[in-house]
Write a protein that binds this ligand. Structure first.
Ligand SMILES: [Zn+2]
Length: 239
């Protein structure tokens, strides 16, 4: 079972590492065991919504509950029971998701929309290449560096030996420009599932590139879930 105090403490530590404000985060702990084959923990950017094709853990949180923090917080969701995940993995898992939050602060909501198009296309194509998504490489590089600094050798071994967690330590180098690398991957595919023409897709990518360049990071205090630290919300089963 996930201990809310421990989630809170680990999140504060990971925020310190990522240069993010802990009070800007809400963590939904879904009171259910982790369903096989789904994501154990996920991030939803402040401007994001829960849709029918959103990751299962956020669908379990629900559009209404997640929506209460729309444009007000970085949102994380995790199952209450993570069989097979070593306790030492919690910090690196959080640090991975925080790197996505840091990317939102750097590049903005439009970038996440484009990244979602790319993720959805990969999912429909069978899920191959997920680990080589620029934003995943970036998040895993951050979690690997964080784990190397904060975990003992035996804890690193435990995380590495879990098939679900080993990518957190893979530490492949992230592309120097994650936005450009993402847009290049997206522009190189025609399976967005949107019905857009090639010219429309090219114009879309140019629009996202311009929006990222014009994005201004949120000011201090703009995102607030908790008063002095992260807010932890338990999500009851069926609720
Ligand atoms: Zn990720």
């Amino acid at each position: 079972m996930i201990d809310p105090d421990r989630v809170s403490a680990e999140l504060v530590r990971a925020c310190e590492d990522a240069g993010l404000e802990p009070a800007a985060f809400v963590v939904f702990v879904v009171d259910a065991p982790w369903p096989l084959g789904t994501t154990p923990m996920a991030y939803l950017q402040p401007a994001g919504h829960v849709w029918p094709d959103t990751v299962v853990v956020f669908r379990a949180v629900g559009a209404v509950r997640a929506g209460r923090h729309h444009l007000a917080a970085h949102r994380l969701a995790v199952w209450n029971d993570l069989p097979g995940v070593p306790a030492a993995a919690l910090g690196p898992m959080l640090r991975h998701e925080l790197e996505h939050a840091r990317r939102w602060e750097l590049s903005g909501s439009r970038f996440f929309e484009a990244d979602d198009f790319l993720r959805a296309a990969l999912r429909r194509a069978g899920g191959h290449g997920y680990a080589t998504l620029p934003t995943e490489l970036e998040a895993n590089a951050a979690s690997a560096a964080f784990a190397a600094r904060t975990l003992a050798a035996a804890e690193l071994d435990a995380v590495r030996s879990s098939p679900e967690c080993e990518a957190l330590l893979s530490g492949h180098e992230a592309p120097a420009d994650v936005v450009e690398a993402t847009l290049a991957q997206l522009a190189g595919r025609d399976d967005w599932g949107t019905g857009m023409t090639g010219a429309e897709r090219a114009a879309y990518v140019d629009g996202v590139r311009a929006a990222c360049a014009a994005w201004e990071a949120p000011e201090d205090g703009m995102l607030t879930a908790g008063r002095t630290g992260p807010a932890i919300e338990r999500v009851p089963l069926g609720g």
